[in-house]
Design a binder for this molecule. Sequence first.
Ligand code: HEM
Ligand SMILES: *[C@@H]1O[C@H](CO)[C@@H](O)[C@H](O)[C@H]1NC(C)=O
Ligand SMILES: *[C@@H]1O[C@H](CO)[C@@H](O)[C@H](O)[C@H]1NC(C)=O
Ligand SMILES: *[C@@H]1O[C@H](CO)[C@@H](O)[C@H](O)[C@H]1NC(C)=O
Length: 671
Amino acid sequence: MAYLPVLLVLPLLAVSDSHVGSYPAAAGMRSDDLPRWGYTPEDYVAALAKLDFEAVKTDLTAFMTQSQDFWPADYGHYGGLLIRQAWHCAGTYRSSDGRGGCDGGSQRFGPSLSWEDNANLDKSKTLLWPIKEKFGLGLSWGDLIILAGNVAIESMGGPVLGFCAGRVDAADGSQDELLGPTARQESLFPCPVNGDCKAPLGPDTVGLIYVNPQGPMANPIPRLSAGQIRDTFGRMGMNDSETVALIGGDHAFGKTHGACPEGPGPSPQEDPTRPWPGKCGSGKGKDAYTSGLEGPWTTNPTQWDNSYFKHLQSLTWELYKGPGNKWQWRVQNATGALSGIMMLTTDIALLEDPEGSYQKLVREFAEDAAKLDHAFAHAWYKLATRDMGPVTRCLGKDVPPAQPWQYPLPAPSQPQAKLSKVRAEVVKMLNRSKTESAEGFFSAVPFARLAWRCASTFRATDYRGGCNGARIRFSPEKDWPVNKGLDQVLESLQLIQDRFAGRGLPWADLIVLAGNTAVEELGGKKMQFCSGRSDAADGQGSHDLDLDLQPKSWATVRESFERMGLSAREMVVLSGGARALGFAGAQLSNSYLTRLLGIGHAASETDLMFKFDPVLAAITQEYASDNGLFLEDFAKAWTKVMDADRFKGPRGNVCARLSEPLSDRESHLRR
Ligand code: HEM
Ligand SMILES: *[C@@H]1O[C@H](CO)[C@@H](O)[C@H](O)[C@H]1NC(C)=O
Ligand SMILES: *[C@@H]1O[C@H](CO)[C@@H](O)[C@H](O)[C@H]1NC(C)=O
Ligand SMILES: *[C@@H]1O[C@H](CO)[C@@H](O)[C@H](O)[C@H]1NC(C)=O
């Protein structure tokens, strides 16, 4: 009996030929994104552990109603501004590649800083700086922006589920490079018609958070706007009730700003001695111009309630051009306070959903305030936290229990099988197949492939994926074309799994241990194995993890490694090793990279980048001339991928002592 299937074609990294004409330098694959302020991410985590969040909340609560002349608070309360800031920080998240979100606090940098939708959010950061300065390193900008939104909601009487602390500030805006607009976004994630962008991009317009408030391409057609809202909020991972609760719940607060038709002009100066050459009067307070739309949604915009939904469904709304000369909606024949409120086309869209679902939810939230409270609190927490990954990354006293979208795993089993015995079984199986299978030693390769496929779903962008949970056993992962044939490898491992039944051997540990053992048997260095994984009950949480940009070019390959949080060195060493196993006699070594550097060696365009990209070539040359270094770094990079999802707090890893980084400056996750 053959325990193992015939050699499964290795593309550990499925890369096919493509014809890319040039090899620009590896800009963007920066191995060095450490903050430059003289501290490390570990210093941040230590400071965070000591931070008194209650004191921050007390200061923020007082802050809300201390209006400052530099940028006066509407209705004497900064809540609306700070909720919009938090929403725009978190709402860049997209489930296609996990990019975006407030972790990193990159709203402070380009490109999102200068998005049309983020107008005047520089003012809120100037206002918040004294609080950031007071609490220092432990209070990241990302946490401060979200917490300010939470406190704003609470101080206006709204419901908040909790707070997951631990956003790690980025040193610059590079993590948002692919949100655009940038040349790299345009080449990898193009949007031919801006205003109708498709996935993997999140919003329909690059530069807006989700959709155009005036309707598709500024056409005030609510019915069409509803479809865009469903599409784009869906790409953020929100369903209908979450979408409606968020839009109507949050528009209970604050107002839109478009005091005059002439547009924003230059931003008002905070220096009172310098005259402001702007167009709308003083440019601030009642003269502010942000979106060009003007007015509040409710008659009490500093108070939480469901009047947005009541007004929306019970009043008759008519289209008009507001003072900012943009399409908006007012109450027909309004008198008194109702003559002061407005709706956006995207709000009216909730009444004209062709699927009928938004109308139903508007009615439910208008009639049942408690239902809105529940839906809103949960949806806001999800919005703010979605890019943080599993709950094991959250710190602080206010962290609520794991939410379904955090895909919690059961606690590791007790007892745990003796690993040396499991390893011996794997070796025995490999030995048997060596004698019984025509492919000889090749048969270890499928074990390595299984472990790689299991672990390499990990993405550092939102900390989802990875082998913990062993979801590769279930749909959708097991049905992905790239995983073809792995069911047979799992069948082989079932024999070992059966042998240890009842002794605590999770599939996730077995898959990684078998992969490690295979790599070692194929000539790799002995690796330390970090156990303690557990198994998910189903494949939930794997959807969206299969983004595979086509055509394959070195730019798309680089993107996929970057998404996994791997450096250029790690990309070279892992790719070189995978090729060696696939093509070079199934022995792990630098042989493939050595051959690649030789004159006239045929290789795919994507592999040739290791030779012709100047930075990658230098790395390749280093590995080609030192097989010992190659094997050592391969073991480290492999182990890093296998253990990438073993979170312990924002930056920690339960396996940390086992997987030291390649070097301090070159291998930590990008964020
Ligand atoms: C269909 C999606 C949405 C659109 C098109 C939209 C559009 C807008 C626009 C144009 C403004 C006015 C900005 C200004 O001129 O100051 C605004 C304000 C605001 N939005 Fe939204 N919004 C949407 C969803 C949301 C969501 C989901 C939230 C919360 C999670 C939110 C929270 C707010 C808040 C609090 C304000 C008031 C800002 C202030 O008082 O300064 N919006 N929105
Ligand atoms: C949307 O998701 C929430 C949270 O998982 C759930 O409670 C709600 O029923 C869902 N709504 C719809 C319309 O599917
Ligand atoms: C209400 O407004 C509509 C449209 O602006 C107008 O045609 C109608 O005459 C108004 N009705 C009353 C009673 O004022
Ligand atoms: C596997 O085979 C190697 C030599 O090919 C041998 O040294 C080793 O003892 C064998 N291990 C097991 C568990 O059978």
